[in-house]
Design a protein. Structure first.
Length: 156
């Protein structure tokens, strides 16, 4: 089965959006780092150990994986110690991952996926759609040809 499918399976997990994207320890580490902005493995291991037992080496391995995933960056303090920094906020991470999933679905299913997205949008609360439209417009990412149809009629 293509690795892409694991992303679809992941999304059917119950829980928060973070739980669908990261493992339990990854979430614990990121929650601590989002609070602190930067920390060493020892700092994070100590914080987690206040709640439950976890090996320093396990935390070190997982923090290395989070750096490989682009969630953290690291700089050397000395030969053995690295300072890890948050590379993405929670919101930036969720936006990046949701975009990757949408891109993957479109690559796999094309117009069929777009049709399904449109059907879901048509069933949404009109006030919610309007809120989303405003957020999208404020982001500056909205193409001119997708502006609100009522606004286009007013311009003509």
């Amino acid at each position: 089965m293509p690795s892409r499918w694991s992303g679809y399976e992941r999304m059917s997990r119950s829980g928060s959006s973070l739980q669908k994207l990261l493992g339990e320890l990854e979430i614990e580490i990121m929650v601590e780092l989002w609070k602190l902005d930067s920390a060493t493995v020892r700092d994070i291991a100590t914080a987690i150990q206040k709640v439950r037992p976890v090996a320093y080496t396990t935390v070190m391995t997982v923090m290395g994986h989070l750096a490989e995933k682009g969630l953290l960056t690291r700089t050397s303090i000395d030969k053995k110690t690295h300072l890890y920094h948050v590379a993405l906020t929670r919101e930036e991470f969720l936006a990046r991952e949701s975009r990757k999933m949408v891109d993957s679905m479109l690559a796999d299913f094309g117009d069929l996926a777009l049709t399904q997205f449109l059907e879901v949008i048509e069933q949404a609360d009109p006030q919610h759609i309007e809120q989303l439209r405003k957020i999208w417009e404020e982001s500056g990412k909205q193409p001119d040809n997708l502006a609100d149809p009522e606004d286009q009629e007013k311009e003509q």
